[in-house]
Design a protein around this ligand. Structure first.
Ligand SMILES: [Zn+2]
Length: 312
């Protein structure tokens, strides 16, 4: 393991002293066969944690089939992971904070050179008065007249040797999960559910392949009554834990504190809880969050690192 700073050294020392939290032997991605979850970005929105912002890949039989989120830095990690744009079956964008979506247009441009010929399904939340929905987000970038990246307009209409995106906008206020992909050819079934993240429309994803399910919580405060059920018995449940239990009310309206995450995980009972979305202050005092989590949750925990690989 390469340690990039004294802060990373502190984090490494913390991991060593919390070996029981990380008992699972590291897997290697991409796997030749089977399914594995790879973290592309385990960081938050501030460029001081030496991590990419939020992004996750699901590998199936050696190919990167599903990308969830594309925060800043994930463009680089996508390439480092050996993922190919041409292999993607689905991109899910949980919400339109930059640390979850800013590298998506860069990945689209990269895809221009991938030789891909088939359409690409993209799901994201509906909007409100403060945030765009998926359709408006894509138009703001790709519209041929007004888009910031109008030169990539072919992603909207399939022109210019670009593949058409197939957007699925999910009602982020709906109480029930929405089915956003059910594909017999690739064996992927994907549901999305609105989650509370302050005023920001946001959705979580549950990706099922065979008898395995991977749940990506997005940023959220975990006050939604149906969330533990949505995440129940997941093979891996990815949660974001950027704030401590004594955070202020504004932060708590956006994010779940460790004790709340523990409560949700205890109800959902995943095989492994993947804790991610760390910020510099989390790295300075990781015990503040993870110790609280472990006091209230006895299941297996993995602390995410960029490019870490988790196989069932
Ligand atoms: Zn957010």
């Amino acid at each position: 393991m390469m340690l990039r700073s004294s802060r990373a050294l502190l984090w490494f020392a913390f991991l060593l002293t919390h070996a029981s939290a990380c008992a699972k032997a590291p897997a290697s991605c991409p796997p030749d066969e089977g399914v594995a979850l790879q973290v592309l970005g385990s960081g938050g929105p501030i460029a001081d944690d030496a991590r990419a912002s939020s992004a996750y890949l699901l590998w199936v039989d050696g190919k990167a089939r599903v990308l969830i989120d594309a925060g800043g830095g994930s463009f680089l990690r996508f390439g480092e992971a050996g993922a190919r744009f041409a292999d993607l079956d689905f991109v899910g964008l949980s919400h339109f904070h930059t640390d979850h979506s800013a590298d998506f247009p860069a990945l689209l441009k990269s895809g221009n050179f991938s030789g891909r010929t088939r359409a690409l399904a993209v799901a994201g939340p509906s909007g409100n008065s403060r945030f765009p929905g998926l359709i408006e987000y894509l138009s703001s970038m790709l519209d041929g007249d007004s888009g910031a990246y109008a030169y990539l307009n072919g992603y909207l209409d399939g022109s210019g040797r670009l593949v058409q995106l197939e957007p699925v906008e999910v009602d982020s206020s709906a109480a029930e999960p929405a089915l956003v992909m059910d594909n017999a050819d690739n064996g992927l079934q994907i549901h999305a559910l609105g989650v509370p993240h302050g005023i920001v429309p946001a959705i979580a994803f549950r990706v099922t392949t065979g008898d395995l399910s991977f749940v990506f919580s997005s940023d959220q405060n975990m006050s939604g009554p149906g969330y533990a059920e949505f995440a129940r018995d997941a093979t891996a449940l990815v949660v974001h834990m950027p704030i401590p239990d004594d955070a202020g009310d504004a932060a708590k309206s956006l994010h779940a504190v460790p004790s709340r995450i523990a409560e949700t995980a205890s109800a959902a009972k995943p095989q492994v809880l993947v804790v991610s979305h760390f910020m510099a202050r989390s790295l300075r005092d990781p015990a503040q969050g993870v110790d609280v989590l472990q006091q209230h949750y006895s299941g297996e925990i993995v602390l995410a690192e960029d490019l870490s690989c988790i196989a069932p």
